[in-house]
Design a binder for this molecule. Sequence first.
Ligand code: NZQ
Ligand code: ZN
Length: 396
Amino acid sequence: MFAHFKEEEKMDNFKFNAYTEMLFGKGEIAKLPEVVQRYGKNVLLVYGGGSIKKSGIYDAVQNLLKDVNIIELSGVEPNPRIETVRRGVELCRENKIDVVLAVGGGSTIDCSKVIAAAYYYDGDSWDLVTTPSKIGKVLPIVTILTMAATGSEMNKNAVISKMDTNEKLGTASNNMIPQTSILDPEYLYTLPEIQTAAGCADIMSHVFEAYFKKTTDAFVQDKFSEGLLETCIKYCPIALKEPTNYEARANIMWASSMALNGLTGSGKPGAWTCHPIEHELSAFYDITHGVGLAILTPRWMRYILSETTVDKFVDYAINVWHLEPNDDKFALANAAIDATEKFFKDCGIPMTLSEIGIDKANFEKMAKAAALHGGLSEAYVSLNEEDVYKILEMCL
Ligand code: NZQ
Ligand code: ZN
């Protein structure tokens, strides 16, 4: 099962560009009118199921944007649907939209990205999800982030679901990177505990996907990664205990953007692992992304631990969890994996698939689709569909 790593897996060449203007801190929303009016007068305001109305952000946006025409697309689902993208595209065309303003978490931002891209595309929006190369010109996108998790506020990715065919797929284009994102840590104060925890699990998973790679000489990237992991481990429990702790919210929010903007993954090629498997869980059962990742991660770690990977887990144990060095490398690696699982559990995340109502019924289909869509033969440790099936079984 375990591919032996080639002796020399050196850092790849890469291009790194931080395109997005990040306006970070208390009250930065005051700059919204100037930012939006760079692009025109017609704004598509995209948001989810209403949390921004309860928190008052919706009213703040309306007050600040009195001088522009606002068209609204509300009700973007967690795990945003292609049908909602299509509705958004129609609104953009009917109203000659100049800029898309996404106010919410990753789901709202991802939905906005594909709307902004599909505006210029003649065929069906779903084509842009299955075939990213079809993405050309994109309307400008501005975001106001209300959930720290995906990094969508600063990256080129969007993940869209098509539930009738149980598909949840990622697409990407540099043209979909937001122009400006406003990050006010106080907007995280109203998050339900499970979203705070799931968001941190997602941030940590983005880091793991970059950290556990065959590349052995990307010291800078790995030190960034370890710092981001330590940030989540330190501040997630504080944010859960004291939801209005600014220091905790601010550090988690910035970690979210830094975890998936190229900082940790550049130069480290290879496929991701837990993400493609989680996307299948969400495609079949519409679960919260970060919850699925938290359940999968420690099981995947146990499954891939071997003579080949143990040294990386030792780094993880010592540099992230600050465990005492130990001559028994496997004991140390296992202790770090146990600490990872305990951390998620202590944050209040249900840690088995059974707890969230998922049984074996669709494992075969999910394993097959994950191996295919995720290109898992190219992962840190190459996995086939049987491996994915076994990992899913370990999650029951
Ligand atoms: O819809 P509303 O009412 O706004 O409620 C949301 C939603 O129910 C709520 N929420 C957000 N901010 C809140 C709040 N509730 C109270 N106060 C606030 N301040 O939280 C719930 C989850 O929101 P959602 O946007 O779905 O969460 P998240 O940011 O985790 O986004 C998840 C989606 O992003 C995709 C995931 O697969 C999933 O579809 N991903 C996107 C990525 C990217 N673009 O780079 C990468 C990720 O790996 C991920 O796959
Ligand atoms: Zn993620």
